[in-house]
Design a protein around this ligand. Sequence first.
Ligand SMILES: [Ca+2]
Ligand SMILES: [Ca+2]
Ligand SMILES: [Ca+2]
Length: 446
Amino acid sequence: MKKTKIFSLICAVLAFCMAFSGCTVFETDTEALMQPPVFSEEQEKLNAALTKVAGEGYNLKYPASGGSNSAFIFKDLDDDGVDEAMAFYSTDGSNTRINVLKQNEEGWVSVYEAAGFTGDIMNIEFADIDKNSPAVIISWADEIGIYRFENNRLKELHSSECYGSDIVDMDGNGFSDVVIFKGSAMDRNVVNIFRIYENKPAVTEDVIIHAEYSGIYSSKTGDIGDGRTAYFIDCSISEGVYLTEMIIIEENTAKEFTIDDFVEDETAEVPETPEESDGSTIIIIGGSLGKRRIFTRNTAVSCMDTNGDGIMELPVEVRDDYAQEASDTVYYLEYMQYNGVNSVPAWHGVANTESGYLFTLPRPWNSAATAVIDSASGELSFVSAENGETVLRVHTVLKSDYQDKYEDYVLAAESEDHYFYVEALADPESNFYIDPITFEDCFILI
Ligand SMILES: [Ca+2]
Ligand SMILES: [Ca+2]
Ligand SMILES: [Ca+2]
């Protein structure tokens, strides 16, 4: 996903800067970062082979991300047991050419040469899309090309507009599929899925999704609960409004679903989604709680398997208002698990996404105590709706900080950087009483 790519890009740039002094971290022109001053013997041979084809005045182009810090990418492209080398270069500074070199007894020799696209390569990935040789997936700034190297030729399987992609096994058949995020046509964001279907390269029709690629903060595949596998996207669809979408592929058709498609409630009046909705008014009324379940949420959590049964659950808010309350109020969440007919709650509690945990609480807390997160300290507290008294606090403490003031609290969980202390303020007779020995069971780190 994009964040990984950006992170990889930063790592690549940093690694480069450490290796070659004089480069600043603000250097972003990939061409300026090329041509390492010292070539290994192997690279000298590759360079010589490439010079025979390209002439002297070429610049090697490095993928901006993807973990490749060499201008030559080694991979057994045709499954003959010997690695080929791929190189990208430009002779005029703008057009990128692709070259594939093979090894023989004397060294390297160029066997394939083609024009690529204009501009920089963002990423090169390889994927096992079937039992044959791997697909070569080349991402440019706003295009994707999917190829296979056969008979010493890079054969194009698919190319299209693309603002981001993800290589996952969408349909659970053991081979990779490529999720291609395309730009918004008529203000709709679309994806389609490339994969091998019935032994041929195939692309699904465009599927409209709510998520803009840049708003996606998590994606994964998993079981939805009825035996099918889905690709799950957690995204921000507008300021502070988050949604989980599922894309399921069947035959050669992909469809988008949200949790409301998986809730059976014949008596519920489900308002139509207004065309111009920001997402926050899409609601499901009724259900066993007598509350509205809102399938968008103001909490940036991701779908996950909360109960360890191998089936993914989807987070929804449980609330009885439309309007957002004070900005430090957080809504209780429920993770809903689909059973093939209906979605049922699998987990209930509150998320503190800044501190990185879910805090499990019994369902009655939802109407009895308001949850508040202090954005400065990360402290999560619960205030009794009846008398305004604070009944429970969860402190987030940096491990590197001095912390003797928390000695009286219960150390209930820790992450890599933080300790989480619980301060129980309710009497043992109170409805808010939780036995401190069970506090650690309340935490799910996210
Ligand atoms: Ca090979
Ligand atoms: Ca697959
Ligand atoms: Ca589960």
